[in-house]
Design a protein around this ligand. Structure first.
Ligand SMILES: [Mg+2]
Length: 225
C-alpha cells in the first residue's frame, strides 16, 4: 500500500533501528492466548486480550487479570512451547536477515513474556539483549508467582517507554516501530515512524494511524534499496 506519510519510505530505508512487535506481527499467534489455551482458560483470556488491545483496560491490569486466570508454572510454559512452537509470519525471517546484513539494529518489543519471546528471537537471529518483554516470576518450586513490574513493558505506554530508553541510550534516528496493535501505534513518538502490520490481524485504529500500513513483509523488503 502507498504510505500515508510520504516520508515513510525514506525513514524506513535510512532507519538506524527497527523495533518489531512480536504477537500477530513476527509470529502468527498471541502468545498469551496460546498459553491460556494450553492451560484450559482460552476463551476467558481471549476476551480480556481483545479488550486490552482495544485500549479499554489499563495494560498492567489486563495482564495481571489474565495471568491470575492462567497461573502459568515454569513447567507449563516449557511444555506449552514444546507443544506449540512459535510460528513465524511469512517473510519476517528473510526481512530481519536483510536488515541485519545492512547493519540495522533490530529489536523485539513485546508485552508478552520473555520466556516465550526468547525462542522467537533465536529463530530470527536477534540477541537476547535486543529483546524487551515482560518477565514471568516463579516460586522456588516452579509454581506461578507473578510478573516483574519493573520492566518498561509491564505498564500502559510501556512500548513507548522502551523505545525512549533506546533512543536516549543509543541515539537511534530514525527509529521505526512495526506492529499490529494500538500499543505499537502509541510508541510513535518516540518512534519517528510507525508501520502498521496487517498480515495477521487488522485493527481499524492502526490502519488509520499508521504512517504506512502493509499486509506483507515483502512490501517492506522490496522497498529497501
Ligand atoms: Mg501484536
Amino acid at each position: 500500500m502507498t504510505p500515508r506519510n510520504p516520508k515513510a519510505i525514506e525513514l524506513w530505508q535510512t532507519a538506524k533501528a527497527i523495533c518489531f512487535d512480536v504477537d500477530s506481527t513476527v509470529i502468527q499467534d498471541e502468545g498469551i492466548d496460546v498459553l491460556a489455551g494450553f492451560g484450559g482458560v482460552g476463551q476467558q483470556v481471549a476476551d480480556l486480550t481483545k479488550s486490552a488491545m482495544g485500549g479499554k483496560v489499563p495494560f498492567e491490569f489486563a495482564l495481571s487479570q489474565r495471568l491470575s486466570l492462567i497461573r502459568p508454572s515454569r513447567a507449563m510454559v516449557s511444555k506449552c512451547l514444546k507443544a506449540h512452537p512459535p510460528r513465524l509470519t511469512a517473510g519476517v525471517g528473510e526481512l530481519i536477515r536483510r536488515l541485519h546484513g545492512r547493519g540495522t539494529h533490530v529489536y523485539l518489543v513485546s508485552g508478552g513474556f520473555r520466556q516465550m519471546i526468547d525462542p522467537v528471537a533465536k529463530l530470527v537471529g536477534i540477541p537476547p539483549e535486543r529483546v524487551f518483554a515482560n518477565v514471568l516470576l516463579f516460586n522456588a518450586d516452579g509454581t506461578y508467582k507473578g510478573f516483574d513490574p519493573t520492566q518498561p513493558t509491564a505498564v500502559s505506554g510501556g512500548k513507548a517507554k522502551a523505545l525512549a530508553q533506546l533512543k536516549n541510550r543509543f541515539g537511534y534516528r530514525p527509529l521505526i516501530m512495526i506492529g499490529d496493535g494500538v500499543t505499537d501505534l502509541d510508541a510513535r513518538p518516540p518512534a519517528d515512524c510507525f508501520i502498521g502490520f496487517g498480515g495477521v490481524a487488522t485493527r481499524d485504529r492502526v490502519v488509520a494511524g499508521a504512517d504506512w500500513f502493509v499486509t506483507d513483509f515483502s512490501e517492506l523488503d522490496q522497498s529497501l534499496i
